[in-house]
Design a protein around this ligand. Structure first.
Ligand SMILES: CCCCCCC/C=C/C(=O)SCCNC(=O)CCNC(=O)[C@H](O)C(C)(C)COP(=O)(O)OP(=O)(O)OC[C@H]1O[C@@H](n2cnc3c(N)ncnc32)[C@H](O)[C@@H]1OP(=O)(O)O
Length: 715
C-alpha cells in the first residue's frame, strides 16, 4: 500500500498505492509508517519524497472506513513522525491533495505541485473538520483569514492559488516526481527548523476577534443548522489562540463530537449517493456499464423562454454546438440578447474566452435537422408539445434523440407522437437551468437504453447530478412535492400561518419555506396544473374534490390575481412588485380568518413539530410509494433529487435518509396518527413498503432494496 525505492542515489521515494485516489486506508497508513521509518533509519537515504500512484497524490482519509472500528496506525502521530524527521521530506502533489491528503502534505517539510493539481480541506462537506492537524497547521502556514475560508467552505484551490497563498513551495508543468526529487536533493543539507509548520506561530490580523465573530455569523447563516462549519471555526480559533499542543487537543475534542454525529453520517451518505446515482439501471436490466451513449457534438434547443435560455447556456458551457430555436421573432431577439449576456458574464467571471460562436439562433424549426439531440423546452402544454414532437419526428433523421424538458407531462404520450418512440426521453431541468445541479432523466417503457445513456452522459457533461427515473405524473421530485404543498395548505386551513410554517421549514434547514418558494415559482403554475387535472372550480369553496380533501386556498388567491413575487402579492406581500423580500400580509391574515369562518373551521395552535411531521412525512410517504413502484431505483436517487433540486438540507441526507434517521417505526406511527385524524387525506395513509420495512425490523437504508418489488439500486 506504500512502496519505498531509492532514486538518484540518496532520495527515498515513497509511493502511495491505493487506487483510484490513494485514500489513506489503514493499510496505506501502515505502509506510510513502515516506509518512513525505513527511510529515516537508512543511512543511504538523505531526503524523502512522498507521491501517489497513477497521477493522484491522495484523496484523503478513507471515507469507507468511517463509522467502522478504526484499525491501523492513526493519522495524527503518523504525520507528526514525518514532520519530526531529521531528513527533509517533500510532498510531490499531482491530481488531488484533499483532506487527510493535504494534511499529510502539510506534515512534510516542502510541497511541490503540478500545475493541474487541486488542493483543499473538504472535510466540512463530510460533516467533519481537518482533524489530522490541518486545522492547526494551515492557519500557521497561510494565516487565519485564508485558512478560515478554505476550512469552512471546503473549497478546492488550484496549484496557482495554492502557490499564491503559500500552501506550496513550487509549481511545475513537468514531471512532479522528478521536480520533487531534484528539489529534495537541493535541500538535503538545509536546516529544517523553519519547515516544521507546527512549531511556527500563527499569524493573526489585529482585529482577529472581530474576524472570528463575523465568520461565525456567516457560517451559521449559510450552514442552516450544519454543525461542522461551526466546529471548523472553533478549531481555527484554537490555532489562533492556543499553543500547538493544546490546539491539537481542541481539534480532537471537536472532531470527536462531529465524527459520530448524524450530520456526518448524512453528508457521507450524500457523498456516496451522488456517485451511486450515476450508475443507473432500468427495470429491463439495461445498465450504465453495458450501454454506450451516442457521441454528441451538436444539440438543438427549441423554445427560448427562461428554461430554454438556461439550457442553451449550460450546453455551450459544456463545449457543445447549439442550435437555439424560437419561432417568434421578437422573443428570439430577446432570448439572443439574454443568452449572450449570460455567456458574457460567465466568461468574465470564469476568466475563459467567450463562446458565443458556438450558438446559432434561428426562427426556423428546420434548423434542427442536422443535430444529434433536440431538447424541447416550449411552454408546459401537452397539446403544444405533442404537435411539436409530431413535427420533429418528420423533420429529423431516425437516429436523432428527442428530449423533452417537461416537469410533469407524460413522456409516453409525447413518444407516441413520433415514429421512433425509443428515441424519446424526458430531461427535467430545474430553474435556472445553467445553475441548478439536478437533472431528472425520465425514461418511458419504450425509451431505448442508449437514449437514456446519452441523456445521462449529456447531464454529466453539463456538470449536473443526473438521476434516471421512471415516467409518472410529476416524476419523482414534483410528485412528492405535491403532498408537501397540500399539507401546508391544510395546516393553513386549520389555523397556522404562512410565516410560522415557513419558519419551521427554515429552521429544519430549507433555504426557504413552502409559501415563499411557491411565491417565487409563481402561484399560477400550480393553478394551471390543477385546472388541467379538473380540480379547479372557480369561485367555489368546497373542500372535497375528486373524493378527497382539497384546499381551494391557492385557487382563491390566483382568482384575485395574486401570483406571488411577480405580481407583488401572493402568500406574502412584495413591495415593490418583483422585490424578493417577503413581508407578512395583513390582508391574507383577514382572508384566512374569513375563509375559516365561512368553512366552519375552528382555528387551533399548531406547533412546528406538527408542521414538520405533516409536511415532511407526507412527502416521505410518497417517496416510499415511488420506491415500491420502481419509479426510483433506490432511496439514494430520491435523496439526491431532493438535495440537488429542492433545497433539502444536505446535512440531513435527503428525505429517505432522514426517515431512516428518525426511525421508520416512528414515521409510520405518526402517519397512522395523522391519517386517523384526517381519513379524507389519502397521502397520509402509510405506504405498504413502509409497513413492510417496519415489520421486517427497519433495516438500514442500504438494505431497503431487498424489500423493494423492482429494485435496481446502485448503492
Ligand atoms: C478519527 C479518524 C479519522 C481522522 C480523519 C482526519 C481528517 C481527515 C479527513 C478526511 O480526509 S475526509 C476525506 C476528505 N477527502 C475528500 O473529501 C475527497 C473526496 N474525493 C473527491 O473529492 C474526489 O473523489 C476526487 C479525489 C477529487 C476524485 O474525483 P474523481 O471525479 O476523479 O473521482 P470520484 O468518482 O469522485 O472518485 C472515484 C472513486 O473513489 C472514491 N473515493 C474518492 N475519495 C475517497 C475517499 N477519500 N475515501 C474513500 N473513497 C473515495 C469514490 O467514492 C469513487 O468510488 P466509486 O464510486 O467509483 O466506487
Amino acid at each position: 500500500m506504500a512502496a519505498l525505492t531509492l532514486v538518484s542515489g540518496s532520495v527515498g521515494l515513497i509511493t502511495l498505492q491505493n487506487p483510484p485516489v490513494n485514500a489513506l486506508s489503514s493499510a496505506v497508513r501502515q505502509g506510510i509508517v513502515d516506509t518512513v521509518q525505513r527511510a529515516v533509519s537508512d543511512p543511504q537515504v538523505k531526503s524523502v519524497v512522498i507521491c501517489g500512484q497513477n497521477g493522484v497524490f491522495c484523496g484523503g482519509a478513507d471515507i469507507k472506513e468511517f463509522g467502522k472500528t478504526m484499525l491501523g496506525p492513526p493519522l495524527v502521530p503518523m504525520i507528526h513522525t514525518i514532520e519530526a524527521a531529521d531528513k527533509p521530506v517533500v510532498a510531490a502533489i499531482e491530481g488531488s491533495a484533499l483532506g487527510g491528503g493535504l494534511e499529510l502534505a502539510l506534515g512534510c517539510h516542502y510541497r511541490i505541485t503540478h500545475s493541474k493539481a487541486r488542493l483543499g480541506l473538504p472535510e466540512v462537506t463530510l460533516g467533519l473538520l481537518p482533524a489530522a492537524g490541518g486545522s492547526q497547521r494551515l492557519p500557521r502556514l497561510i494565516g487565519v483569514p485564508a485558512a478560515l475560508d478554505l476550512i469552512t467552505t471546503g473549497r478546492h484551490v488550484t496549484a496557482a492559488e495554492a502557490l499564491k497563498l503559500g500552501i506550496v513551495d513550487q509549481v511545475t508543468d513537468q514531471s512532479t516526481v522528478e521536480a520533487a526529487v531534484k528539489f529534495a536533493l537541493s535541500v538535503e543539507v538545509q536546516s529544517l527548523t523553519s519547515r516544521r509548520i507546527s512549531t511556527l506561530p500563527c499569524p493573526c490580523p489585529a482585529d482577529v476577534d472581530a474576524l472570528f465573530e463575523g465568520v461565525m455569523q456567516r457560517v451559521r447563516q449559510r450552514g442552516r443548522g450544519a454543525i461542522a462549519p461551526v466546529a471548523c471555526v472553533q478549531a481555527v480559533q484554537a490555532a489562533a489562540t492556543l499553543p500547538y499542543a493544546q490546539g491539537m487537543e481542541r481539534e480532537q475534542e471537536l472532531m470527536a463530537t462531529l465524527f459520530t454525529s448524524g450530520q456526518a453520517r448524512a453528508l457521507q451518505y450524500c457523498f456516496f449517493s451522488q456517485r451511486a446515482v450515476s450508475r443507473w439501471s432500468l427495470p429491463s436490466g439495461a445498465r450504465w456499464d453495458s450501454t454506450k451513449p451516442n457521441p454528441v457534438t451538436k444539440v438543438a434547443v427549441i423554445g427560448l423562454g427562461t428554461m430554454g435560455r438556461g439550457i442553451t447556456v449550460a450546453l455551450v458551457q459544456a463545449g457543445l454546438s447549439v442550435v437555439a430555436v424560437e419561432t417568434h421573432e421578437q422573443q428570439m431577439m430577446a432570448a439572443q440578447r439574454a443568452v449572450s449576456g449570460m455567456l458574457e458574464r460567465l466568461a468574465q467571471r470564469q476568466g475563459v474566452p467567450l463562446a458565443l460562436d458556438r450558438v446559432r439562433f434561428s426562427t426556423e424549426l428546420e434548423a434542427v435537422a442536422d443535430v444529434q439531440i433536440v431538447i424541447e423546452a416550449v411552454f408546459e402544454d401537452m397539446a403544444l408539445k405533442k404537435q411539436l414532437f409530431k413535427q420533429l419526428s418528420s423533420l429529423c433523421p431516425a437516429e436523432t434523440l428527442l428530449f423533452s424538458n417537461t416537469s410533469s407531462l407524460d413522456i409516453d404520450h409525447l413518444a407516441a407522437q413520433t415514429d421512433h418512440p425509443q428515441q424519446v426521453v424526458g430531461m427535467h431541468f430545474f430553474a435556472p437551468a445553467h445553475i441548478m445541479k439536478l437533472l431528472e432523466v425520465v425514461y418511458g417503457p419504450r425509451s431505448a437504453p442508449q437514449a437514456v445513456a446519452t441523456a445521462m452522459e449529456l447531464g454529466k457533461r453539463m456538470g449536473k447530478v443526473s438521476v434516471a427515473v421512471g415516467n409518472c405524473r410529476g416524476f419523482v421530485g414534483n410528485r412528492m412535492l405535491m403532498h408537501y404543498l397540500e399539507e401546508a395548505l391544510f395546516l393553513l386551513e386549520e389555523g397556522s400561518s404562512p410565516e410560522s410554517i415557513d419558519q419551521a421549514l427554515k429552521e429544519f434547514g430549507f433555504p426557504m419555506g413552502v409559501f415563499q418558494m411557491s411565491d417565487l415559482s409563481g402561484l399560477d403554475v400550480g393553478w394551471k396544473v390543477r385546472k388541467a387535472q379538473g380540480l379547479v372550480e372557480p369561485g367555489q369553496m368546497s373542500r372535497v374534490r375528486q373524493g378527497r380533501r382539497y384546499s381551494p386556498l391557492g385557487d382563491l388567491l390566483c382568482e384575485q390575481g395574486r401570483f406571488g413575487q411577480k405580481t407583488g402579492q401572493g402568500w406574502y406581500l412584495y413591495d415593490p412588485a418583483g422585490s424578493r423580500t417577503p413581508r407578512p400580509d395583513p390582508w391574507l391574515q383577514r382572508f384566512l380568518e374569513q375563509y375559516r369562518a365561512r368553512q366552519g373551521l375552528v382555528s387551533r395552535r399548531i406547533d412546528s413539530e406538527e408542521v414538520l411531521e405533516r409536511c415532511l412525512y407526507a412527502l416521505i410517504n410518497e417517496g416510499f410509494h415511488i420506491l415500491h413502484e420502481g419509479i426510483a431505483a433506490g432511496p439514494e436517487d430520491i435523496d439526491m433529487i431532493y438535495v440537488f433540486g429542492y433545497g433539502w438540507p444536505r446535512h440531513r441526507g435527503g428525505p429517505m435518509f432522514y426517515a431512516s434517521q428518525v426511525g421508520l417505526a416512528r414515521v409510520l406511527q405518526r402517519l397512522e396518527h395523522y391519517h386517523q385524524l384526517h381519513p379524507d387525506v389519502p397521502h397520509l395513509q402509510p405506504s405498504s413498503l413502509l409497513r413492510q420495512l417496519v415489520s421486517s425490523g427497519s433495516p438500514p437504508i442500504q438494505r431497503w432494496k431487498e424489500a423493494i418489488r423492482k429494485p435496481h439500486s446502485a448503492l
